[in-house]
Every structure is written in structure tokens, then in C-alpha cells.
Design a protein around this ligand. Structure first.
Ligand SMILES: Cc1cc2nc3c(=O)[nH]c(=O)nc-3n(C[C@H](O)[C@H](O)[C@H](O)COP(=O)(O)O)c2cc1C
Length: 193
């Protein structure tokens, strides 16, 4: 079992396409999507019976989705009636097989029905890792102690300072703006922790 950080694209009954970063649990052929309720991704998958996993090294999509920038170019999928990111490295089209229900975080067990590689993977980059980790912190700002967020961001910034290209710097900037905004809005919490 491993967890792969992807961009999930799902389509609602009204045709609205939702784009959300999610960690997919992969156990052999079993792809498990685990959305926290309430979740648009969950609603869409339950209604349509499918989801699309987009694998991208453009970390702006991860940071963007968490900071209100969800307008990424999309294109039609091949086997399921959905959309995928136009500029992903590869994508996988999934059909829902069974649901393990849970009040907080249901498990949606899916199988891959189609996959395609669009571009080569150029290798690991520390700043991309740092942006992913910072994006997860930003998605949990109201749940985590401020001291932990501050310490982890200071560490992650090392990778950004040393290895970032333009896309990574832009993504980092969006996330740091969200952190600053949170600090302004929750100055009591931040000061006392
Ligand atoms: C790298 C990464 C992984 C994430 N994994 C999950 C996940 O497994 N489940 C989840 O509910 N949210 C996850 N999130 C947060 C969601 O992307 C975010 O809450 C999003 O708004 C969920 O959309 P939805 O609840 O409308 O489906 C993750 C965020 C990041 C940056």
C-alpha cells in the first residue's frame, strides 16, 4: 500500500467539473479515494460512478486549488464521461467498485479502466515536495497548532530557496499568502500557541 498525491477531477450531474488534490491509497489494483465529509468530490463520484486521477509535476495546481485558483485547462477523458487536466504528465480513469461508508471519511474503492502517459517525468525536485507538504499544512491550518505549522514551513522553505523554478516559487507564494491571511484572521490563536 502506498499513497500517491494526485489531482482528482470529478464531474457533477450538472456538468460542473471539480478539481481537488487528494492522496490516493493504492493497494495493488485497488485505488482508494478517501474524501473528508462534506466533499464535492465524494458527491460527484457517488453520482457519476467515476473519477479521474491526474498526475502532474506542476505544483501550482495543488497550491492553486487550495487558494481559490481552480481554473486549470481541462480536456475530455477517453473511457469515462469526464474531464482531465490538459497538461498532466499522465492520467488514469477510474470506475467506482464499492464503498466503505464512514461518517467522517468514507473509502471509495475504484479500479483503473483507462490510463495514458502524455509527457515524460523529469525527476524529483525538492521544491515541488516542499510545496506539496506546505499545501497539506495550508489545508489543515485551522486544525494544527500554529507552532507546528511555523516550524514545518521554515524547514520546507530550505528546499524552495535551493531548488525552486518559477512554477514552484509562484505556488509557494500563493500558499504563504494564505498563511498570512490566516494569521491576520486568527491573531488570537496564533499569538497564544
Ligand atoms: C497533497 C494533498 C492531499 C490531500 N488529500 C486529501 C484527501 O485524501 N482527502 C480529502 O478530503 N482532502 C484532501 N486534501 C484536501 C483537499 O484537496 C481539499 O480539502 C479540497 O477542497 C477537497 O475538495 P472537496 O472536499 O470539495 O472534494 C488534500 C490536499 C493536498 C494538498
Amino acid at each position: 500500500m502506498m499513497i500517491q498525491e494526485t489531482i482528482v477531477t470529478t464531474t457533477g450531474t450538472d456538468g460542473y467539473v471539480h478539481i481537488a488534490p487528494m492522496g490516493i491509497h493504492i493497494d495493488g489494483d485497488d485505488y482508494i479515494i478517501m474524501p473528508f465529509r462534506p466533499s464535492t468530490t465524494l458527491e460527484h463520484i457517488l453520482a457519476s460512478g467515476h473519477a479521474v486521477l491526474n498526475h502532474t509535476d506542476d505544483v501550482r495546481v495543488f497550491a492553486g486549488c487550495l487558494t481559490g485558483r481552480r481554473d486549470w485547462p481541462l480536456t475530455d477523458t477517453t473511457k469515462v464521461a469526464g474531464k482531465r487536466l490538459q497538461h498532466s504528465l499522465s492520467h488514469q480513469e477510474l470506475e467506482l467498485e464499492r464503498i466503505e461508508d464512514d461518517q467522517q471519511r468514507p473509502k471509495l474503492h475504484c479500479k483503473v479502466v483507462y490510463q495514458h502517459m502524455h509527457q515524460a517525468f523529469d525527476g524529483f525536485n525538492r521544491a515541488q515536495f516542499a510545496v506539496l507538504e506546505a499545501a497539506i499544512l495550508v489545508s489543515r491550518l485551522s486544525m494544527l497548532p500554529w507552532q507546528k505549522i511555523d516550524t514545518e514551513l521554515q524547514y520546507l522553505k530550505i528546499g524552495v530557496d535551493k531548488c525552486a523554478g518559477e512554477r514552484e516559487l509562484e505556488a509557494w507564494e500563493w500558499l504563504m499568502q494564505a498563511v498570512e491571511q490566516f494569521k491576520l484572521e486568527h491573531s488570537n490563536k496564533v499569538d497564544t500557541q
